[in-house]
Design a binder for this molecule. Structure first.
Ligand code: SF4
Ligand code: SF4
Length: 368
């Protein structure tokens, strides 16, 4: 069975001066197409705004238009106040050298972004572009809570697909609630695309006892392959996106998806044991309820920070986690907590939130 794989153009090979390495990217793209895959995913902000340029240089300029499909995104927080979605969209067409996008997504819909997106009519904008032929399929990527997903799909039933962050470690994770989001997308009958099936690479870098469990069960299978097979094997999943950086990862992903075998009953049991093992690693018991968010005078993304701290505890000090921290800390780092304890007064789990943020701040300063 073949499953669709999309090449996420956000972790491409780079040169010593941190520019996208077009020679190596061409090799990845050519191999991917030769193996019968055709979907690519980009966004204006990927690779410090160079990813869309790579789409032009490595794909559009070198391959026939009917041999590939490109997904791009309307990234609302990158549209300057004085500018409009139209200008943003036209620039994307210009940079990628395309006349239309095969898929176009409202980027990273979540609780803070949604009201502004509705007010600025971004969903309508994408649907208008579709009606005029500049977009073939309209959808959105989602990082919020299940209730919001239900609301968005109810208010915008014209959206054809939803891109969800799904992996086995976050399926029951209370701050992500991936399993619930999946079920809501299924309830609305939407096509599901999965991003980050390997949790940004974290599930390829498991703790030693977890690797031992998987390698004992299947010595020849890569640790990452379990994560990809879990995600791609879910019913209703159309495509799995993978941010591929080198040929080794490309060959592993392509061979998995070309000869796709969903997890069998024994392997599913192994994965459940693995999740139980990961869950045993001491973590902060945040349920992601968000009660602490409106009371924080520093407007800190508390559940997001605690999730990062838990990832450090489970997977160690990895660059992917540091990148995630930088993203969350863009409007204020964990060290900006003033220990006012307004959050602890409302936290139903009675967590020592300032203490956990101090621990995270210490890690962020490389002093863990
Ligand atoms: S203790 Fe820190 S995290 Fe909690 S509300 Fe005060 S500033 Fe925000
Ligand atoms: S109130 Fe407590 S449990 Fe709820 S999100 Fe905040 S830290 Fe987590």
């Amino acid at each position: 069975m073949k499953k669709e794989l999309a090449l996420g153009m956000m972790r491409l090979p780079v040169t010593a001066d941190k520019k996208i390495d077009f020679v190596k990217t061409n090799q990845l793209v050519d191999y991917f197409l030769e193996q019968g895959f055709r979907k690519f995913d980009t966004a204006e902000l990927y690779h410090d705004t160079q990813s869309e340029h790579a789409i032009y240089e490595c794909i559009v300029k070198r391959h026939k238009r009917d041999s590939f499909e490109i997904a791009d995104k309307l990234t609302s927080w990158r549209i300057p106040e004085e500018s409009r979605a139209e200008e943003f969209f036209q620039k994307q067409l210009q940079v990628t050298g395309l006349e239309y996008f095969d898929r176009y997504l409202l980027h990273s819909v979540e609780e803070k972004i949604y009201p502004g997106a509705v007010e600025k009519r971004y969903f309508d904008f994408i649907l208008e572009k579709k009606a005029k032929g500049f977009v073939r399929e309209a959808g959105f990527s989602f990082h919020g809570k299940p209730d919001l997903l239900d609301k968005v799909l109810t208010e915008y039933p014209e959206m054809e697909f939803v891109q969800l962050q799904i992996n086995y470690a976050d399926w029951d994770n209370p701050t992500v609630r991936a399993g619930e989001c999946y079920n809501i997308a299924r309830k609305h009958g939407k096509k599901i695309l999965i991003m980050e099936p390997v949790k940004g690479g974290l599930l390829a870098n498991l703790p030693p006892e977890a690797v031992k469990l998987l390698k004992t069960a299947a010595p020849d299978k890569s640790v990452a392959s379990w994560a990809v097979r879990f995600a791609a094997g879910l019913e209703g999943v159309d495509t799995v996106l993978s941010g591929i950086s080198n040929m080794e990862q490309m060959v592993d992903n392509v061979s998995l998806m070309k000869n796709f075998q969903p997890l069998d009953a024994v392997e599913e049991k192994t994965l459940q044991e693995l999740v139980a093992l990961l869950t045993k690693i001491p973590r902060v018991g945040c349920t992601g309820c968000g009660y602490c968010l409106p009371v924080c005078p520093k407007n800190l993304p508390i559940p997001g920070f605690i999730n990062i701290l838990n990832n450090v505890k489970m997977f160690g000090d990895l660059s992917q986690i540091r990148n995630s921290y930088k993203f969350h800390a863009a409007r204020g780092g964990a060290d900006e907590c003033i220990n006012c304890k307004k959050c602890t007064n409302v936290c139903p789990q009675h967590l020592d939130i300032p203490g956990h943020l101090a621990e995270l701040a210490k890690w962020a300063k490389n002093d863990y």
